[in-house]
Design a protein around this ligand. Structure first.
Ligand SMILES: *Cc1c(COP(=O)(O)O)cnc(C)c1O
Length: 360
């Protein structure tokens, strides 16, 4: 059996609704982020059905699929457009996140060419050091310039991204800076901004604790809809309606038995060039499963459903699992089951060698 990813639509629908209700209850409109599950149509169907008005991704093929399927939702490009993809961005996306004056000028010219309008959300870097303008005067100036000079662009608002490169947490303090920028831009241009986008799934914790500063009215949510993201900062008991078993990966056991836990021989590096150390735990029962880095990136991003199972490592196509303490007596040909963390979701959903099975 190919490694198989079960996609549980009912569970995804519940999560999507729980996130939507939480946000709308606090005056926030969430855009659904479809990149994390590789924009699998069955999942996007569920998310649109739940009532999300914007579908967003960092990848144009995902947004092209949104247009092709004719959803009523708007499409938002999350990654700053490459200069080499301006034409397609204007064709396929209703709006995009931006930080470069040159890119904005090119989007404006292209929108004029195509006889279209293109929405823009300007990004402020609040310290996570990925995309965005790092100081507020420059952000405000670019916003005013966009409003006044780019006749084919609609300045929808501003936004920020956190918890990605710099692992900076969203807080009332840093998001207040974004809300202040928005207020200043609104004064300068003499109208309200539609969107003040305060981050991604990790920002939900501020909503739950009533710490979201006023003025933030938009979030971009992917991870929390799919898997109660491991990095979302949620505490025990918060968002009990959101589960992390929407995707279950099933893999077949191809060798089983007892082996030593310490390798035998002179140690160099493993198949990925890593030097490793091993704890000698004696001879233990283990299983070899037909899956590897090819399918999930790293074994560390899988969580066994059997709590007593421990993943020891993987190469490209094999995963080594300690089953010594499992109550169930696994046999050759049995199926081991795993939940996925975000990175494993990225790999497994996008890999054509992982079969997908949609379950209602
Ligand atoms: C991926 C991405 C998101 C979604 O993040 P999640 O953690 O999946 O909610 C939001 N904004 C931007 C700019 C992104 O690239």
């Amino acid at each position: 059996m190919n490694p198989t990813l079960e996609i549980h639509k009912g569970k995804i629908a519940k999560n999507a609704e729980a996130v939507l209700n939480l946000c709308r209850g606090r005056g926030i409109e969430p855009a659904a982020v479809i990149k994390g599950y590789n924009a699998i149509d069955d999942v996007t169907d569920v998310i649109v059905e739940a009532g999300y008005k914007t579908l967003s991704s960092s990848r144009l093929p995902h947004l092209r699929a949104v247009k092709r399927r004719g959803y009523r939702a708007a499409s938002l490009m999350l990654r700053l457009p490459m200069l080499s993809e301006i034409r397609e961005v204007v064709e396929v996306c209703d709006a995009s996140l931006n930080s470069e004056a040159e890119t904005l000028a090119r989007l404006d010219a292209e929108a004029s060419q195509q006889g279209k309008r293109h929405g823009v959300i300007l990004m402020r870097d609040l310290g996570d050091l990925r995309e965005g303008i790092i100081d507020s005067p420059r952000l405000i100036e670019l916003a005013c310039r966009t409003e006044r000079c780019h006749k084919n662009l609609d300045l929808l608002g501003i936004g920020s991204n956190l918890s990605c490169y710099g692992s900076v947490m969203p807080t009332c303090q840093n998001l207040s800076l974004l809300a202040d920028d928005a207020a200043e831009i609104e004064r300068e241009i003499g109208r309200k901004l539609d969107v003040v986008s305060g981050g991604e799934s990790t920002s939900l914790q501020l909503l739950l604790r009533n710490e979201m500063p006023g003025g933030i009215n938009h979030l971009r949510i992917g991870g929390a809809i799919m898997l109660r993201a491991e990095f979302s900062g949620l505490r025990e008991g918060e968002m009990p309606d959101v589960t992390d078993d929407t995707l279950i990966l099933k893999v077949e056991i191809i060798e089983i038995g007892e082996k030593p836990t310490h390798p035998i021989g002179v140690l160099g590096v493993d198949c990925f060039g890593n030097k490793k150390t091993f704890e000698d735990r004696g001879v233990r029962r283990r299983a070899l499963a037909a899956i590897g880095a090819f399918d999930v990136g790293s074994h560390e991003k899988l969580v066994p459903l059997d709590e007593n199972m421990k993943i020891l490592g993987c190469s490209s196509d094999h995963m080594i699992i300690d089953i010594h303490d499992c109550a169930r007596r696994y046999a050759l040909g049995d199926i081991a089951e795993f939940k996925l963390l975000y990175q494993a979701m990225l790999y497994a959903t996008a890999n054509p060698m992982v079969s997908k099975v949609v379950i209602d």
